[in-house]
Design a protein around this ligand. Structure first.
Ligand SMILES: [Zn+2]
Length: 155
């Protein structure tokens, strides 16, 4: 038996340490929480993506009574897939607003979204940077693959 060690590098920064372009993406993700429809969880998630053609797209979680809603990240990337097919995604930022404030700990994509984001990353042929935003700190992963090292592969 051998041991498989997996490491992931996540950079931690504050908002003020970001570049102007990064701040713009983070601001858009925060704005996107206002488009969330979350009457059941009251957990308003917002996402923003930057396409390789410079277009910015917002996403927000959308719930329903059957609990078959969609996360903010997938609402954003599926919007991109529908409206900008074949255009890669360079960056995604995600955050959440609940109980009157943004979440304290950086908001990370769920497992389903990681799998969906990874497939978009693979199709683009280059890493998609991921910004996970908390109230005072931001986690930055250089690639979706860093968040899902042992992914399901059928492609
Ligand atoms: Zn998700």
């Amino acid at each position: 038996m051998t041991e498989l060690n997996i490491t992931t590098k996540i950079m931690v920064s504050s908002y003020t340490e970001l570049t102007d372009d990064e701040k713009k993406l983070v601001d858009l993700a925060k704005e996107a929480t206002k488009s969330s429809y979350a009457p059941y969880s009251h957990f308003h998630v917002g996402a923003a993506i930057l396409l390789e053609n410079g277009v910015l797209i917002k996403g927000a979680n959308q719930e329903n009574a059957a609990f078959a809603g969609i996360c903010a990240e997938r609402s954003a990337i599926y919007n991109a897939g529908a409206n900008y097919p074949g255009i890669g995604i360079k960056k995604i930022a995600v955050t959440a607003f609940t109980r009157g404030d943004y979440v304290e700990e950086p908001c990370a994509p769920c497992g389903v979204c990681r799998q969906a984001l990874l497939e978009f990353e693979k199709n683009a042929g280059y890493p998609m940077e991921v910004y996970m935003i908390g109230r005072d700190k931001i986690y930055h992963a250089a690639s979706v693959a860093d968040l899902l090292p042992l992914c399901f592969k059928e492609f």
